[in-house]
Write a protein that binds this ligand. Sequence first.
Ligand SMILES: [Zn+2]
Length: 437
Amino acid sequence: VSLLIRGAVLDGVPSSIRIRHGRIASVTPSEGGPEETAGRVIDGRGLHAFPSFRNGHTHAPMVLFRGYGDDMPLMDWLSKRIWPAERHLTEEDVYLGTRLGILEMIKGGTTFFNEMYWHRPGIVRAVEEMGMSALVGATMIDLGDPAELARQKEEVEDLVSKRRAAKGAAASYSSRGVAELALAPHSIYTVSPPVLEWIGAIAREEGLLLHIHLSETAGEVEDCVRAHGCRPARLLERLGLVGPHLIAAHGQYLDDDELEVLGDAGATVVTNPTANLKLATGAIFPYRRARAAGVRVGLGTDGAASNNNLDMLEEMKVAALVQKHAERDATALPAAEALAMATTSAAEAFRLGSGRIEAGAPGDLVLVDFSGPATQPLHDPVSMLVYAANASNVHTTICGGRVLMEAGKVEVCDEQEVIASARDAVTRLLERTTRSA
Ligand SMILES: [Zn+2]
């Protein structure tokens, strides 16, 4: 199976990009001699090629709750809207919600997402059907119910041993559009230290990535210091969770000592600026200090209930703007760094190859159309992408060499059916929730 993208502009040069067996086989200037015509050819003339985007932290099925209770204080919103509805959520609802989330991501040029939610099999099914690549966490919350905790532990053990048995699964993860397992304890305030320690040991032994919410609110830090005598990142270090495999979401309240711990260990922090602003968490992620400490920084949308979309282009812009504002410095977090957070840094953190369009890298890329009025005239493609473009500029999305969308037409599902069935699922879900209230 081969794919040729002819004439798309890459780093200022019209180029031919050949993809074979899911990987980029070659990148050459378009005028570089006769073109082979075997396999599929995409006419990229007039379009710009970029690496596809990686959503570093999300809860994709929560698109079902998009706009359901905006402008509410966090605890009110959770206790009156989200938790009552989530109690009635089925695996089928999660599957249908994830499909809608993936459809939105494909249309916005995202080919990978780092996921943490319930009913994992429903998420995995949607990922596999739609040709996405995803890290799907085995999510754990330990709120003092021993039976529920035992069930979650058993699930983790089962998933880990199945993964071990599936020889070679890990090797094929980066290039094939599949779901890989991560361990996803929700946070330090919902999972007890002994359980965190247990998860940390499994992650180390099995070589799995570990995904957790960290230092999202001032209250989380205060409670941690009171209960454990140290701040959240130091607690994770003490429990053996800090290493290059750690993916910590948020991190606005990390102090310099914690950033140093994470940086020295080669850990990643994924910032989610839109959700932080919307939920008024009260602090901006310390991007410059994090980078100075050697922390790898990724970018995520968080769930659509607190964003309210999964548009990584919008997220890059917001990330850049909040840093400039917080630092009172227009040179803070320039466009190229915002793009790197969503591409090369993310690829490194999630073990997805280089995250660049180059020979040997996984065939993950997008073609962007800047010809419309909101993206002309074109002085600098990267600036245009980050500051002026949005999901509607994405023309073609390719994951692991498979065309998920070309010229705005999604090829891996019936778009209208995906939208309608998610809408029906949430209507039924809210009926069940109201009936039992
Ligand atoms: Zn989150």
